[in-house]
Ligand binder design. Sequence first.
Ligand SMILES: [Zn+2]
Ligand SMILES: [Zn+2]
Length: 166
Amino acid sequence: MRLNVNKLLHTPGASQDFRFEMDLSDLDFGGSKPVCRPVIVEGRVRNEAGMLLCELQAQTTLHCVCDRCLDEFDREKSVPYSCILAEEKATDENDDIILLEQDEVDLSDLARTAFILSMDTKNLCSPDCKGLCGGCGANLNRESCRCKKQVDPRLAKLAKLLEQND
Ligand SMILES: [Zn+2]
Ligand SMILES: [Zn+2]
């Protein structure tokens, strides 16, 4: 969504609200595509003392796979972002200043970038997820490890024989 801010630029105190949806379902994060639902973007551009401030919030529900236990789960995600819109940059160092192109700002581009940068590299169903047992594959959040109980019956017999020979 592109917004023309020409009027806002020249009207101190003026503001404009915006709301749109983005489809980021193709975004691939380490082999999975967690953004399966639309991302709702809501925000406002306002002229404060001659400066254009842009604030927005990108919101969706992610569908994730836990890195430890491989369970699938949903997680609410809300990404706040703000920047200053300007016709020209005073210095190159301020990343918070976004340059306007012919008085227009590409809000989708801003929201998309902010959203992607905020994605976690690790996904855990809960901070204390116990994961899967490396031996029996049990999901230790729900069941107990079966490794110890699985004694090979042939070995059990052998152990008994050895006992008798003593
Ligand atoms: Zn987990
Ligand atoms: Zn086990």
